[in-house]
Design a protein around this ligand. Sequence first.
Ligand SMILES: C[S@@+](CC[C@H](N)C(=O)[O-])C[C@H]1O[C@@H](n2cnc3c(N)ncnc32)[C@H](O)[C@@H]1O
Length: 190
Amino acid sequence: MASFIGEFFRNPAVVGSLVPSSPELTAQVMAPIDFGRAGCIVEYGPGTGVFTEALLQRRRPETRIVLIEVNRRFCQLLQERYAAHVGVHIIHGSADRTAEYLQALGLTAADYVVCGLPFSSLPRRLGWRVLAHTREVLLPAGRLILFQYSERNRRLFERFFRLEGHEHVLLNLPPAHVFTYAPAAEAPAV
Ligand SMILES: C[S@@+](CC[C@H](N)C(=O)[O-])C[C@H]1O[C@@H](n2cnc3c(N)ncnc32)[C@H](O)[C@@H]1O
């Protein structure tokens, strides 16, 4: 918690929230994932690892988990906590380079992408690239599970993805929307 607040004040636009997500929000983000069939789950912006912890508790031992975090301190913390876990890959980098990171790990596609990037405060071009890359790396039956504090960027998300589910979680600071998206039949290029 203390490291999260510190990082927020260092870089509010990138960190996007003052505190980590609540257990209630975590449960809603995990709900659409079929852990029985997931071979590869990618998480964008794990921060201090609240969703990571839930993913690790639920995954099959062979499911690969790829964590992509741009913040160096969060990345160090994730390394200390999860580097020894088999099949967990911690990448210090940006979500708009996912395809490249997966390739380097010998992975070609993802079953699920879990994302809490603060699209409202990130540069629009970066958000666009993240979504275009996600659309490329997701399997046709794959799903993007995205949480946001507002519905503001839905039109952007829905250029690339088709909405399948939407939950509003009040027990989070601030309350959050969880969107479950399937890849759209057609999408704009990167
Ligand atoms: C709102 S926080 C969510 C943290 C955590 N998932 C949670 O729910 O508590 C957003 C996270 O996204 C990370 N982030 C922002 N831009 C990113 C990017 N381009 N690539 C990867 N991570 C990014 C931030 O450093 C931060 O950890």
